[in-house]
Design a protein around this ligand. Structure first.
Ligand SMILES: [Zn+2]
Length: 111
């Protein structure tokens, strides 16, 4: 299971976009990569096809998870993701796994 989700804020730690932050638009679990709009862009030449207009498009290239770090929405620091279980552990109770910030210990997912 990937520790990052769509909507997470991340900071780029390696490469030409180092230091930039963005919000995850898409997670590619098989490749262990994410897409952040505006980061790691490249120009793609597209031919006209049907409704699609040809031209040069800026397309975000997927970033590997090793090049980014999660920014905690609570403490605004770069952090690693931890997990904890919430809810009742009793029979018939339902436990939920939530992501927490390892720096401040707060839950990352806001509901
Ligand atoms: Zn935090």
């Amino acid at each position: 299971m990937l520790k990052l989700k769509k909507g997470d804020t991340v900071k780029i730690t390696i490469g030409k976009d180092k230091g930039r932050t963005g919000v995850i638009e898409k997670v590619l679990p098989k490749e262990a990569k994410i897409i952040v709009p505006g980061v790691n862009m490249y120009k793609k030449h597209v031919k006209s096809m049907g409704e699609t207009k040809g031209g040069i498009y800026d397309i975000p290239r997927p970033l590997s998870l090793g090049k980014i770090a999660l920014v905690c929405p609570k403490c605004k620091k770069i952090t690693r993701v931890g997990f904890k279980f919430v809810g009742k552990a009793m029979p018939a109770g339902r436990q939920e796994k939530v992501r927490i910030c390892r720096k401040c210990g707060k839950e990352i997912d806001t509901k």
